[in-house]
Design a binder for this molecule. Sequence first.
Ligand code: CUA
Length: 192
Amino acid sequence: MSDQSGPAGLHQRAHDLIVRIERRWASISIGIIILLALMAAFAGIHRATMPQSVVETIEPRIVHMRGEFVETNLGSALEADGSVTVRLVGQEYSFTPSCLVVPTNTPITFRATSPDVIHGFLIEGTNINTMLVPGYISVLPARFKKPGEHLMPCHEFCGVGHEGMWARVRAIDKQEFQKLIAQQPRVSCDNQ
Ligand code: CUA
């Protein structure tokens, strides 16, 4: 670094400057990668160790006997705001009701639980998918755009009868649903 004024010195200074800028950008990009990795690790660990912010619990032994999930309260119910709540229980090895009826183009909330072991369900052709854990109420929003029948299998291995544990979901026209619910407080298509 003796002569910095000649063309060679100028070239050297330009070179040094470029190297410095490159190193700075390299450090910044490595820093971003480390930050993203830390954020992903934190999100994964945090979610795995913390319960959901709102978790409704229920005593599994009394599910059938009293409270929200007694048999007469299962099926689809119309709420005051026009939305529909579908209550169901998954147990070894069936769902109750085994055939659900939902209206199209209506906000729907599934509320479900299990009195025995972990089950789960998904509704074919939709993104509806949840686990049923004894002691907890699974709450899931849904909406059906068009009428049709969907299969709803249990997707958590729950024992020897797991393969045969499934229900049906029948999405019907909103007006048709209104007629059904006017005749009975809870609607399902069991025995149909
Ligand atoms: Cu219930 Cu698998």
